[in-house]
Design a protein. Structure first.
Length: 289
């Protein structure tokens, strides 16, 4: 692979990281004074390979590079993909062609061949340590730090949605002002309460089959303004952390129930409250077996 490849493939479904990579590529290859003349965007669903390649063959205007971005290029027709592949095997050195797709499997049909000739950057959702490291890096870029408990509360409430996390971190930086460390109390005030405690209490109530307490905790969470995604996310995280103490068959059944509740909510088959109440009822039944 050459040091300065003329073709990039940005793949995966983590759009925030993908857009960050795109911004860095544009700033690297486009001149500030002429970038608006040398940056072109096409969409696979509406563009043709002919117009994309005509643009790629056009010399940059008052700049050293032309950057051509094709979003969701996998939506191109089969014949257009074939034309694009022919270009990729012998690309213009004056042009940087960036192909973007949310597709995760890079070893299918034309994608595998494109990967042989392009620099591939794969973007997948962050979880666990990589997610925590990303958050710390974002905070550090402002010259600040974030406490470990504050970090856990933030992720418990917002999950791994980087767009949402980025916006919340910006708000937190403004909120703490001259302080150098984002503390748990700051996150609780601006984002939400420590869900790990509530999730533990909910899980504990279910595991010892305390029906009234379990439904009482769920009711309190809704009264605090939390939504189903926050509650399900925290409960799932807590159950996974306890997997070594559960029989595999029970752990598998619990995960299936959590996924079913999440699906019922997202598809609109059940409203949030009813779906979670039914989930609790099923979990209580599982623990009674």
């Amino acid at each position: 692979m050459v040091a300065d490849p003329p073709v990039y493939l940005l793949a995966g479904n983590e759009q925030f990281l993908k857009e960050d990579t795109l911004t860095r590529l544009k700033s690297t290859f486009l001149d500030k004074k002429s970038w608006q003349f040398n940056f072109n965007v096409f969409y696979g669903a509406s563009a043709s390979a002919k117009e994309i390649l005509e643009c790629a063959a056009t010399s940059p205007f008052l700049g050293r590079k032309r950057v051509v971005l094709v979003r969701q290029f996998t939506d191109l027709s089969v014949s257009d993909k074939a034309l694009l592949l022919s270009y990729i095997k012998a690309p213009q050195r004056q042009t940087l062609l960036i192909l973007e797709t949310s597709q995760g499997n890079l070893y299918q049909n034309s994608l595998a061949e494109i990967c042989r000739h392009a620099r591939v950057i794969f973007h997948k959702p962050l979880e666990g340590k990589p997610l925590f490291a990303w958050i710390k890096a974002q905070v550090s870029s402002f010259g600040k730090q974030i406490g470990e408990r504050a970090l856990l509360i933030l992720v418990d409430n917002l999950g791994n949605d980087l767009q949402l996390l980025s916006a919340s971190l910006n708000n937190l930086i403004l909120f703490i002002g001259e302080k150098t460390i984002i503390e748990a109390s700051d996150v609780e005030k601006l984002v939400g309460p420590d869900l790990s405690i509530s999730a533990f209490e909910l899980f504990d109530a279910v595991s010892v089959r305390k029906k009234e307490r379990a439904f009482g905790i769920l009711d309190s969470l809704f009264k605090d303004g939390l939504n189903s995604s926050q509650i399900l996310g925290a409960l799932t995280y807590k159950i996974i952390s306890k997997r070594n103490k559960l029989r595999f068959s029970r752990f598998e059944s619990i995960l299936q129930e959590l996924q079913s509740a999440d699906s019922d909510i997202k598809t609109g088959r059940q409203n949030q409250r009813i779906a979670l109440e039914l989930l609790l009822a099923r979990l209580l039944q599982l623990y009674s077996l």
